[in-house]
Design a protein around this ligand. Structure first.
Ligand code: GDP
Length: 359
């Protein structure tokens, strides 16, 4: 699937860059353009992809802190400039646009839903969100911001693929140390999803097509991605169990939204050398995914890849009823209730009609 990526905010920019680099390193050619947008100048300076600074008149390149309403406002006032920066990048060949953002901060949290609305107005291709949810250990402000941002992004984007920062996080690392490895995992897994359908070798009936990704996301709402891999045998019949077990792991322990299993639709992609992929393994795995997700719309296909491993990649569409998401929205609601009331304007407290202002 040929995509154009727009990273908003610090996490959005870093993940967009990691995705563009992975795609380039692997020679897939699925990422056709990448732009990072931020209100904080220093966050853009560390990136090597193209950048656009927003909100200069209001925040002077210093960012919006954790204020996602300000993040939305600066994106809205500079939307024309961002759309101009994208012009020419979103060509006729782009099949989808992805807006990438950490939903718990300020610029990405507020800016991503605004951009989704603006882009949907102008372009015919689907506009998807790739949103990062804060981990459980992150503070109340992050949870509350992410809840409001997610609610709005789901409304404005054609679908939103969610990555929970607790999902692809190896134990023993602090959140800060973990960001780079989470970003690498996102780049590899989401990068494979983008590249499936771009395969040139071994084109045949069983090869996955980008329209299948788009159809899986068609129901809208929230999507999740599962991944697991294992060393492949040179004998395809020996890989029947390997494919079954990587598929089980991908869905049960490897999803970007832990415990998101029930889904409206799914796409199972088996990546690896075509000659070692067990057809029986693929068929059985697909049936199993149907039973587990409760979806009658399970698509499937191969992604021919010259590797000594086999990987199962599962895209789930319409997972918003999953316990994990309900639990997150509850966490976000509680966090919002804990937020201090907005400070009232001190001048209001001195309102006294009997006294006249000095000037
Ligand atoms: P913004 O620049 O104001 O949009 O804020 P950030 O991008 O720093 O967003 C903050 C949220 O994104 C936090 O809740 C973090 O969970 C998450 N985050 C920040 N940096 C990274 C990163 O490099 N990788 C990942 N996976 N998450 C990040």
């Amino acid at each position: 699937m040929k995509v154009v990526l727009i990273g908003v905010g610090q996490a959005g920019g870093k993940i967009t860059q990691a995705l563009a680099e992975f795609d380039h390193r692997m020679g897939f050619g699925a990422v056709r353009g990448a732009l990072a947008v931020n209100s904080a100048k220093t966050d853009l300076q560390s990136l090597s992809i193209d950048t656009a600074l927003v909100g200069q008149d209001r925040v002077k390149g210093h960012g919006v802190g954790g204020d996602n309403e300000l993040g939305a406002a600066v994106m809205q006032s500079d939307a024309t400039e961002v759309m101009d920066a994208l012009d020419g990048r979103i060509t006729a060949e782009a099949e989808a646009i992805f807006i990438v953002a950490g939903l718990g901060g300020g610029t990405g949290s507020g800016g991503a839903p605004v951009l989704a609305r603006e882009l949907s107005r102008v372009y015919d291709v689907p506009v998807y969100g790739l949103g990062v949810l804060p981990g459980r250990g992150e503070g109340a402000m992050y949870q509350a911001n992410a809840g409001r941002s997610l609610k709005t992004l789901v409304r404005e984007a054609n679908a939103t693929l969610l990555i929970d920062n607790d999902a692809w996080h190896s134990s023993g690392e602090s959140m800060g140390e973990a960001f780079d490895s989470i970003n690498d995992a996102i780049a590899q897994r989401v990068g494979l999803l983008f590249a499936s359908g771009e395969a040139v070798e071994g084109v045949g009936e069983s090869v996955v097509d980008s329209s299948e990704v788009i159809n899986t996301l068609r129901s809208g709402g929230v999507a999740a991605l599962g991944y697991a891999s294992a060393v492949a045998s040179d004998d395809s019949s020996e890989n029947l169990n390997t494919i079954m077990s990587t598929t089980r792991r991908a869905l049960l322990t490897g999803t970007s939204l832990p415990n998101a299993v029930a889904a409206d639709s799914a796409l199972l992609v088996i990546a690896g050398r075509p000659d070692v992929i067990s057809r029986k393994g693929v068929e059985r795995s697909r049936k199993w995914v149907e039973e587990e997700t409760g979806s009658l719309q399970v698509r499937g296909g191969d992604f021919p890849l010259d590797s000594d491993r086999l990987a199962s990649l599962i895209l789930l569409g319409g997972v918003e009823r999953s316990n994990r998401l309900q639990e997150f929205m509850e966490r976000a609601k509680e966090a919002q209730e804990q937020q201090p009331e907005e400070r009232s304007d001190p001048a209001e407290q001195f309102r006294n009609d009997k006294l006249q202002d000095l000037f």
